[in-house]
Every structure is written in C-alpha cells, then in structure tokens.
Design a protein around this ligand. Structure first.
Ligand code: AMP
Length: 278
C-alpha cells in the first residue's frame, strides 16, 4: 500500500496501474462503515484508492472542525489490512492552495435537511469530491447511505458535470444496538453513547408505524421527535419525511419515503436515516 501526499504522486501511481480503480473519499478516523466501502471497492475493481482529508470548507462550525477525531497511524493500519492500494493524505494547502476560488454548487438538492442546517456544507462537499475525483479519475466511487443527502448530491454532480465514472451507494453499517457507525461516535460520553441509540429507535418506531399503515408524514415526524425527546441529553435538530429522490418534504407517503433526522446528543451532532417502502 502506497501512502502519498501530493496530487502529482497520486496521478503517477494511478496511471501506472491501467486497470479499474475504486475510490473511497473519507475524512479518516475509520470504522467498519468505511471499511465496508473499501471491501465493496476491493471486490469490483483491480485497484483501490482512499483519500483521507478533513475538509475545512464543509464545516460551518470552527469548533466542529477542530474537534473532529483524527488518528492517521491507526487509519493506515486498517486500510493496509483491508487491502487498499493507494492512500492520499494531502495537507490543506495541497487541496486549497493560495488563490483557490472555484466551487461546485449542486443547487436544489443541497438546500433542505443537512444543507439547511449547515450553511455551505454541500458546496464544500461537492467541491472537494469533484477535486478528489479529478485527482484519482476512478472507475467507481463508493459512498455510504448513512449520508443519504450527500450520496444524492454527488450522484447529481457526477451526472450533471459528466464525470466519466460510476457512483456506488453502500448500506449503513451499524453497531450491535443499531447506532449507525460514525467517526463522531468516539466523542460521546458513556451516557451519551447510551442515549444515541434513540436515533435508530426513532426511525424504527416510524418505520413500524408506516408498515402498519400510517402514511401521514406529520404524525410520523411527531413519533420520531417523541422518542428522541424522552432522553435527557438529546436535542432534535430536524426530523424529516421526504421524497427519496428530490428530498422535498412529503405530506403523505405514497410508495416510499426517506425518513431522516439530525440530533445533538450532548454537543455531538449525529445523523441517521432509513428508506421505508411498500
Ligand atoms: P466520512 O469519513 O464521514 O466523510 O465518511 C466517508 C464515507 O463513509 C462516506 O461515503 C460516508 O457515507 C461513509 N460512511 C460513514 N459512516 C458509514 C456507515 N456507518 N456505514 C456505511 N458508510 C458509512
């Protein structure tokens, strides 16, 4: 496994190996969710590239960026075991040199949900992912359904800007009790970790109600809020019942919907989602 910092070094290695390349962009502090993407890429491609970069321009809160967990040595060991071929670990100045001034905006899809809660978030995500795609020029790139809106924003960008590659979505990997794996989970106290299960429980509660015939989005949202509000350390940022493609809020669910939520548990902001369908 090669570990490089410079764009030129990624380019050189990528083009020395002419086969298919799978790419996994990450912000590091890797867990089994990330490794499931590496595994999916390993199965379908000749080579696997990973980027590790905590992208400053997608954080709207300086303190969130500062507190984002990092452990490069551990990440590289995990990637070596998982069978990655090339890891790009750029410094911020390699990605955003002085005078950088070009940004990608995926307009409508970026507005609701995470986009409404985190000013400029998807402009930052789309810009860095476009740049990483141009550096690696992968055959396929792998993203988690855990970040459902991000996956849709990236798919739109790839389609609209005619990137010559495929975007693959992978299922959310969860802890045994249902909590979606996230690098941010490492910041939870023992008590907060216990209460963080409420995100999954809220989604499950609404999912069961939908399966039992409830189609009213407002009622499902109230149910989800109630599950979260029963805990002492939690604060709902948003709960949503939206169209799975456009991400616009629904009044009444037809065949399917994306149920999603963002919750502060102590001061750690967690997100989760599930698609319900008949
Ligand atoms: P991040 O390092 O948080 O930017 O995530 C890098 C990639 O891993 C993104 O495509 C995420 O959606 C994906 N990912 C994060 N958590 C999970 C999870 N629990 N299951 C599956 N994929 C995940």
């Amino acid at each position: 496994m090669k570990v490089v910092k410079k764009i030129a070094d990624v380019r050189q290695l990528r083009w020395q190996q002419a086969g298919t390349w799978g790419l996994i962009p990450t912000m590091g502090f890797l867990h089994k969710g990330h490794l499931s993407l590496v595994e999916a890429a390993r199965e379908a491609n000749d080579f696997v590239g990973v980027s590790i970069f905590v992208n400053p321009i997608q954080f709207d809160q300086a303190v969130d960026l500062e507190k984002y967990p990092r452990d490069l040595d551990r990440d590289l060991k995990l990637l070596e075991t998982a069978g990655a071929d090339l890891v790009w670990v750029p410094a911020a100045a390699e990605v955003y040199p002085a005078n950088f001034q070009t940004y990608v905006a995926v307009e409508k899809l970026s507005q609701p949900l995470e986009g409404a809660a985190r000013e400029g978030h998807f402009r930052g995500v789309a810009t860095v992912v476009a740049l990483i795609f141009n550096v690696f020029q992968p055959t396929r790139a792998y993203f988690g359904e855990k970040d459902a809106q991000q996956l849709r924003v990236i798919r739109r960008m790839v389609s609209d800007l005619a990137f010559n590659m495929e975007v693959i979505g992978c299922a959310t990997v969860r802890e045994e009790d249902g909590l979606a794996m996230s690098s941010r989970n490492a910041r939870l106290s023992a008590e907060a970790r216990q209460q963080a299960i409420s995100l999954h429980q809220a989604l499950q509660t609404a999912c069961k109600a939908f399966e039992n015939g409830e189609q009213d989005a407002q009622k499902l949202k109230t149910m989800m809020r109630k599950v979260i509000d029963e805990h002492t350390l939690t604060k709902v940022d948003y709960v949503s019942v939206a169209d799975t493609e456009t991400l616009q809020e629904l009044d009444k669910i037809g065949n399917q919907a994306l149920l999603s939520l963002a919750v502060f548990v102590d001061d750690v902001r967690l997100i989760d989602n599930i698609i319900v369908s008949h």
